[in-house]
Write a protein that binds this ligand. Structure first.
Ligand SMILES: [Zn+2]
Length: 176
């Protein structure tokens, strides 16, 4: 999740004065703990609504491993996936989806009405393990700074090395 947050920080501080993407970051990790892809949201920058962090990270991972089946891989994303990305993760057969902040952590006007990730996983033949709330405080701090459009606070949050949470310690293998 630290690597996903690093991606989110990169997205949040890119394009100073230019278009601002949501500060979401994502990595795909193999079962040995190796990062095979990393991305942050480029939806606004690329003027493409498909270019969410997860969609980009899944595409890069599939290219890197040379197949569309990411069984055995874990997707770490700083924010609970939207319907499109959750469906993408299911189509990619990812074994595990780990996220930081959740839909409920978003400002009300920006919050999707339904929890798409839970619903899709419940109704799909794919049954990835879903773990939420990992490094949630760090992910929320980034969202708050983004929504308040507080550039100084955004720079401060992004300059902090994300601490390893208790939950992440439990998730990580010794060599990760
Ligand atoms: Zn998405």
């Amino acid at each position: 999740m630290r690597a996903a947050l690093t991606q989110a920080y990169a997205g949040a501080t890119a394009n100073d004065g230019g278009p601002i993407d949501m500060p979401f970051g994502c990595v795909v990790v193999d079962d040995a703990g190796k990062i095979v892809s990393a991305a942050h949201s480029l939806e606004v920058t690329n003027r493409c609504p498909l270019h969410h962090a997860e969609m980009l990270a899944i595409e890069i991972a599939c290219t890197a491993v040379g197949r569309v089946d990411l069984s055995g891989y874990t997707l770490y994303t700083t924010h609970e996936s939207c319907a499109m990305c959750a469906n993408g993760a299911l189509h990619a057969s990812l074994t595990r989806i780990v996220y930081g902040s959740a839909r409920a952590d978003l400002p009300e006007h920006f919050r999707p009405k339904q929890n798409a990730l839970d619903w899709l996983v419940r109704t799909s033949s794919q049954q990835p393990e879903v773990i939420g709330g990992v490094m949630r405080e760090e992910c929320i701090a980034l969202l708050v700074a983004h929504f308040e459009n507080a550039k100084a606070e955004l720079a401060r949050v992004c300059s902090l090395p994300p601490a390893l949470s208790k939950e992440e310690h439990e998730l990580l293998l010794p060599d990760r």
